[in-house]
Ligand binder design. Structure first.
Ligand SMILES: [Zn+2]
Length: 491
């Protein structure tokens, strides 16, 4: 063997040996960290899922609340981003690296992979699994609560009680919910509740649930209320709670539902509560950063309620906060703004794209929608004004390119020209006017979007309390469920 070749072989052997040693070192350190959590046994477990929420979404909220002044640039941390333990989970499912909520929530709740669109069943779409919520209820006698800003038979909440091959079978999912025996459902209504022989609400009542969407009744719920389905008196978007930015005074927030859920569930055996903020995802699909940010902030307020409970029950409470996948390919940074951001201008946006769609539709229906009328509505709701106009916030004056984009969107919307390839890239199937406006104001602020769908970005996991150490490191999303099984001592 030639000397050079011999050196190469020795070097390769050395590198292989070193990497084995490194892997051993990593495994040892991981085991040490895990061992410190092995005796943990929380009896109150909160699982918070920001649908479509990864690092860009949480940091956009932190930048929005922070300072953008040169020399003083700083984020304002959210409550959950300050949790002492942070991990990272990979979200691909058995169909795609850009997975959906049905499969990813199944992985988070039940610890196995499945296809996009499948809830609580394996890749064969036949074998049903068992969720952390079902396990703690059956094996430990804990109470269970499921809360979401969207409908409770939507994919993510459903992944905690349903086993079904198709996430769109809303009525059948609703039936499984009503038969789950879970103790508290709160937030959004039931989607397609009347699509079968009997209303899902009636089935719930037949099974002993108090079903209410009355504001005062909901605020008076407590540990003596029995099993409850409480949904928001005000609904938007197919029965979901309204976007936080569209909420009016006296409306129930996600934090209110978490507070009431805790009061209904609190008992000496323990409880498991899953809380989803589902419209972070919907605002991500629609590329509306302002709606996205406000729902992330409302989600954080709901987590703060759980944190208060945890601090009253130290050593017994675990809070895990994560997302199921990222939505929209959101980025802080945009081609036209380079290294600059101006999140303060986002405050000029007064409503979600959904609320603005409704205003546009109303004007159209009345036959009063002209481009001039639209520009009045745009100034009122987005602060944006035509090129060359005076504006209190100069950054909100549209340049010629942006103005032309808006004119094209108006013309395309009026002519119904939204189906072509270019239009599918420009509008993603959303209202051409609203999505163009959110793109313009987002881009001006320094926010970019690459998709109207989910992306393959890994998702952070934040943990606080009893057993939190177990969530450190980078791992598959199925591990989240297995860590909970271990901590709760269920199998
Ligand atoms: Zn989605």
């Amino acid at each position: 063997m030639k000397t050079t070749k011999r050196i190469a072989v020795l070097l390769a052997a050395f590198i292989a040996g070193a990497s084995i040693l490194c892997a051993q070192g990593m495994n040892e350190q991981r085991e040490t960290i895990y061992a410190s959590a092995s005796d943990a046994s929380p009896k109150y477990v909160f699982m918070f899922i920001g649908d479509g929420m990864s690092a860009p979404q949480t940091n956009a909220a932190q930048v929005f609340e922070g300072t953008n002044v040169s020399g003083k640039v700083a984020i304002e941390p959210l409550t959950f981003t300050q949790f002492p333990v942070v991990g990272l989970q990979y979200t691909q499912d058995s169909t795609s690296f850009c997975p959906d909520s049905a499969s990813t929530a199944t992985s988070l709740s039940s610890g196995f992979k499945t296809h996009s669109g499948v809830i609580g069943m394996g890749v064969d779409k036949v074998t049903a699994g068992e969720t952390i919520a079902e396990k703690v209820k059956e094996q430990l006698g804990w109470k269970v609560g499921i809360i979401s800003t969207v409908t409770i038979n939507h994919a993510t909440p459903a992944a905690y009680y349903a086993h079904i091959a198709n996430r769109n079978d809303y009525y059948d999912i609703g039936l499984q919910m009503a038969e789950s025996g879970f103790d508290f459902f709160g937030g959004g209504s039931v989607n397609k509740a009347d699509d079968g022989d009997k209303s899902i609400y009636q089935v719930l009542e037949d099974n002993g649930y108090l079903v209410t969407n009355d504001y005062d009744t909901i605020l008076s719920l407590n540990g003596k209320s029995g099993k409850v389905y409480a949904y928001s008196p005000v609904l938007q978007d197919d029965g979901a709670m309204p976007y936080a930015i569209d909420a009016t005074e006296g409306q129930l927030s996600l934090a209110d539902f978490v507070k009431k859920g805790i009061e209904v569930l609190d008992n000496d055996s323990g409880f498991f509560m899953m809380v989803e903020s589902g419209k972070i995802d919907w605002a991500g699909h629609a590329n509306d950063a302002v709606a996205n940010i406000h729902d992330t902030l409302a989600f954080d307020e709901a987590i703060e309620v759980a944190l208060q409970f945890a601090n009253q029950h130290p050593g017994e409470t675990l809070i895990v906060v994560t997302g199921d996948h990222e939505t929209g390919g959101m980025t802080i940074g945009y081609a036209a703004t380079g290294y600059d951001t101006a999140f303060d201008i986002l405050r000029a946006q007064k409503c979600s794209y959904v609320a603005f769609d409704e205003m546009v539709s109303a004007e159209k229906a009345a036959g009063t929608l002209t481009f001039d009328r639209l520009m009045e509505m745009v100034e009122e709701n987005f602060g944006l004004t035509a090129p060359g106009t005076e504006n209190e916030v100069p950054a909100l004056v549209l340049n010629d390119y942006e103005y032309a984009r808006l004119q094209k969107a108006f013309e395309d919307d009026m002519a119904g020209n939204t189906e072509g390839y270019e239009e599918s890239l420009l509008y993603g199937g959303y209202n051409a006017i609203s999505v163009t406006l959110t793109h313009i104001i987002n881009n001006k602020a320094g926010i970019g979007w690459t998709s109207y769908a989910h992306t393959g970005l890994p998702v952070p996991v934040y943990a606080y309390g009893e057993g939190a150490e177990l969530f450190v490191g980078a791992y598959d999303n199925t591990e989240v469920a297995h860590k909970l099984f271990d901590l709760c001592n269920v199998d």
